[in-house]
Design a protein around this ligand. Structure first.
Ligand code: OOG
Ligand code: MG
Length: 263
């Protein structure tokens, strides 16, 4: 289904209101009126515009659904792309209030920190890595504005790919100094090991995901800037957060991050 410009603006405002009011909406697909992807990205653009107008600043971008683990969990089998703003960044270790979100989940990701601009077309995994200053451990807290986390690819794109909060690790390494495909990660919840993976979980090598994003943005006349952070997409399935949950993400070479949810 394609929308008029006025309907696109209204859809973006509804999604922002849902996030602010913590009141989920029924997705387009669930209502039996699936959106097309170009319209979904138009809604995402408008949603970003609304955030910028109220003072937020773009600090990077994210990929979603780049691993089989995430695609299987969500029932969507194609990668998606969204934006990160300064309002979404949270420090590691500081207690997180569950009431800020609707039904947030946490997932471990690799984070690229760009030293120079990166814009498709023609970006490869190698040229993408060359644009990075460092790579760090990351944890994304996603929160769908769609009821029950039920969406198709277009729904989740319109909702800025469930972007909500993100944490980046303090310990950056040169991404060419380690084999990111073999970089292992542990995801522990309340001290119990829930999931394990390696960087290869995202498209064989996480730099493939970065290249995919740069080429996607290039097709839309957009790009990544020096200083931007890029989240690779979750390497494992996401875990739900509850009052008092403690999530530890530990990467080989990159160190760890801890998220404590307030009781
Ligand atoms: C969609 C966002 C996916 C990832 O890392 O795969 C994502 C969702 O699962 O709600 O951020
Ligand atoms: Mg993610």
């Amino acid at each position: 289904m394609t929308l008029t410009p006025a309907e696109v603006r209204a859809a973006a405002q509804d999604l922002l209101d849902a996030a602010d009011g913590r009141l989920p909406l029924r997705s387009w697909s669930r209502r039996g009126e699936p959106l097309d992807l170009p319209t979904a990205y138009a809604i995402q653009d408008e949603l970003l515009e609304l955030r910028l107008r109220r003072g937020e600043r773009v600090v990077g971008a994210k990929l979603g659904l780049t691993s089989l683990a995430k695609q299987r969990q969500m029932g969507v089998d194609e990668p998606v792309f969204g934006w990160l703003t300064d309002g979404m960044a949270i420090p590691s270790g500081v207690p997180f209030q569950l009431s800020q979100g609707i039904h947030p989940r946490a997932e471990p990701e690799l984070v690229f920190h760009l030293g120079v601009a990166l814009r498709g077309p023609g970006v490869t995994a190698r040229t993408a890595l060359d644009a990075c200053r460092t790579v760090t451990a990351g944890m994304e807290l996603i929160d769908s504005r769609w009821q029950d986390f039920e969406f198709d690819a277009a729904d989740v794109v319109a909702d800025n790919t469930s972007a909500f909060r993100f944490v980046t690790g303090p310990h950056g390494v040169d991404p060419r100094s380690v084999d990111l495909a073999l970089c292992g990660v542990l995801l522990e919840v309340d001290g119990v090991l829930e999931h394990t993976a390696a960087g290869a979980a995202t498209m064989g090598h996480p730099a493939e995901a970065l290249a995919l994003l740069a080429n996607h943005l290039g097709r839309r006349g957009q790009g990544l800037e020096p200083g931007h952070v890029v989240f690779s997409g979750g390497l494992t399935a996401a875990v739900p957060l509850h009052h008092g949950t403690v999530v530890d993400v530990t990467f080989a070479h990159l160190g760890g991050l801890c998220l404590r949810v307030s009781t």
